[in-house]
Design a protein around this ligand. Sequence first.
Ligand SMILES: CC(C)(COP(=O)(O)OP(=O)(O)OC[C@H]1O[C@@H](n2cnc3c(N)ncnc32)[C@H](O)[C@@H]1OP(=O)(O)O)[C@@H](O)C(=O)NCCC(=O)NCCS
Length: 370
Amino acid sequence: MNDIYISGTGIWTPPHKVSNDELVESFNKYVDLYNSDHAESIKEGSLEALVHSSSEFIVKASGIKQRYVIEKESLLDPMHMKPYIKARNDEELSFTAEVGVIAAKQALNNADLDPSDIDAVIVSAANLQRAYPAVAIEIQNELGIEGFAYDMMVGCSASTFGISNAYCDIKAGKSSKVLVISPEITSGHNNFKNRDGHFIFGDICTAVVIEKNSQSKNKFKILDTKLKTSFSNNIRNNYGYMNAIEDKEYSESELLFVQNGRKVFKEVMPFVSSLILDQLNAYSLSPDEIEQYWLHQANINMNSYVIKKLLGDDFPPERAPIILDEYANTSSAGSIIAFHKFNHLTPGQKGIICSFGAGYSICSILLEKE
Ligand SMILES: CC(C)(COP(=O)(O)OP(=O)(O)OC[C@H]1O[C@@H](n2cnc3c(N)ncnc32)[C@H](O)[C@@H]1OP(=O)(O)O)[C@@H](O)C(=O)NCCC(=O)NCCS
């Protein structure tokens, strides 16, 4: 019997921390500048005045208190409003490959493996740095890994879908030890000039080792992966290679992340709890037999909704760890950060990693600590 395990995880956290107050102060300065620059049109009624953001709203609506970003001086400059990153030439390691290698080395170390033990690399994220060559192949090359590598994108569920792919590749005999890396440099797609969402995201990169018959001392057997998708325009990013040939001049904001957060909340929530319950039913498990739930980290109220459906009102918070207060929404990386940082399973106990978001896409991974 070939059992398949998650045997190591790693994260790269950017060096710059930005509090809600810092972000709101710069946003409000931007609003004041915009309103004074467009005072005439606003007075005439041809333009709407922009409105200040507030830290109180952000914490209440999302639970987010701060985030890490790749650069903050330029992000907090009201004339710029996005992090600055120096372009690299084609001979240099690309940014997402660089942070992917750092996270991967930590995951390999935690799995007691060397890069030479790995035979496949999957980079799976909501956004990829470029179309090709695959960032995964660049990381494979940098780490000196034989075998194959590929990139994939599944919005906010990219990391868990990536783990599921690794699991299936191993089951099918195509590989035996796989690295799944999720560089979520969300600063690149976030609209920091948009009041509804300027506070949502943070940057991060996670890495996970999935392997057959692991010798690691800290390993989690994958019992099942359950995937579901259902098309929705409520989270959308229109950036893509077809933009260049379309008969349209896109504004910057049209090629960034947009969402109807309220609708997402309402539509995705029932979807998530029913998927997890179906998965548990198939294994004759009750929600209470799952010791820990490492859920997607977009909004504290969403996590409370899901967990209450599963565990009721009275449960110790460590059974459903929250990291979004510190990291904000890190897209597909959130549930993996929670799993990496807050994991108290003892042998025989079970846990669920579950992501949900753009697509819509949901993936639930049922694990047992060995
Ligand atoms: C985005 C999100 C935090 C917004 O919270 P919300 O409670 O739905 O907030 P709304 O957009 O409905 O706005 C509520 C009010 O706050 C105001 N508001 C919006 N942004 C604000 C800000 N930055 N500061 C102060 N007030 C703000 C709105 O104008 C609105 O005011 P009104 O009631 O007078 O019209 C929330 O909807 C969410 O997280 N949804 C899920 C999104 C998600 O998971 N997406 C997946 C992406 S990976």
